[in-house]
Design a protein around this ligand. Structure first.
Ligand code: 5RP
Length: 223
């Protein structure tokens, strides 16, 4: 029997959405299931407003008649539901394969509660198998790359440099960090002028819904 684990995790998390909430809409194929589920509940009468973490998610929300706010006008979000590329037992996550990590992190930081949704393949004992995307100001590209190659075994500009985020920046996909502590790595990355964001989510995630073989497990920060 096959299960759509992404969809199951997404639908379990969407059960947390309540009338009156400002909801953060994540980005990616798992988050898209959550947006679909919110759209179905809106069609049935749920009253929420939402902020989107990407142009693609905003377009999906508009198609589903989910009322959208401009995040530029929003200081607090009640609940954000987003996907991940990796998540460990302490709920430290690596995000950004979809290139939306900077907006995702801003919305997550503004959120009273941020839940990650994923299939079991994203759950890891130790972070590091997934690439770590770093969003880079194009103006500082060569300088930032020269710093990144000192920190990682392999650094590739996404689509050979032609990829642009929704913020019109480039992405360096970084593999095999020399620094094993995610907190230290995040601090070092953030201190490089020209790095505008990265996919390490150290403490933003409050809970995770992980679906494996059709069974959804919820993990809360701090047990
Ligand atoms: C986009 C993200 C996504 O949430 C992450 O890449 C997971 O995507 P998917 O659900 O398609 O596997 O961080 O920037």
């Amino acid at each position: 029997m096959t299960f759509d684990n992404k969809k199951l995790a997404a639908e379990a998390a969407v059960a947390e959405v309540r009338d009156g909430m400002v909801v953060g809409l994540g980005t990616g194929s798992t988050a898209a299931f959550a947006i679909d589920a919110i759209g179905r509940r809106v069609a049935q009468g749920l009253r929420v407003t939402a902020v989107a973490t990407s142009v693609a998610s905003a377009e999906q929300a508009r198609r589903l008649n989910i009322p959208l706010l401009d995040f530029a006008d929003v200081a607090r979000v009640d609940l954000t539901i987003d996907g991940t590329d990796e998540i460990d037992g302490a709920l430290v996550a690596v995000k950004g394969a979809g290139g939306a990590m900077l907006r995702e992190k801003a919305v997550a930081a503004a959120s009273t509660r941020m839940v990650v949704i994923a299939d079991g393949s994203k759950q890891v004992e130790r972070l590091g198998a997934a690439k770590l995307p770093v969003e880079v100001l194009p103006f500082a590209r060569a300088f930032v790359l020269s710093r990144l190659v000192e920190l990682f075994d392999r650094v590739e500009l996404r689509d050979a440099g032609s990829y642009r985020t929704d913020n019109d920046n480039v992405v360096a996909d970084c593999h095999d960090a020399q620094v094993s502590d995610p907190g230290v790595l995040a601090a070092v990355l953030q201190a490089i002028p020209g790095v505008v964001g990265h996919g390490l989510f150290l403490d933003e995630v409050d809970a995770a819904y992980i679906a494996t073989d059709g069974v959804v497990a919820r993990v809360e920060r701090g047990g």
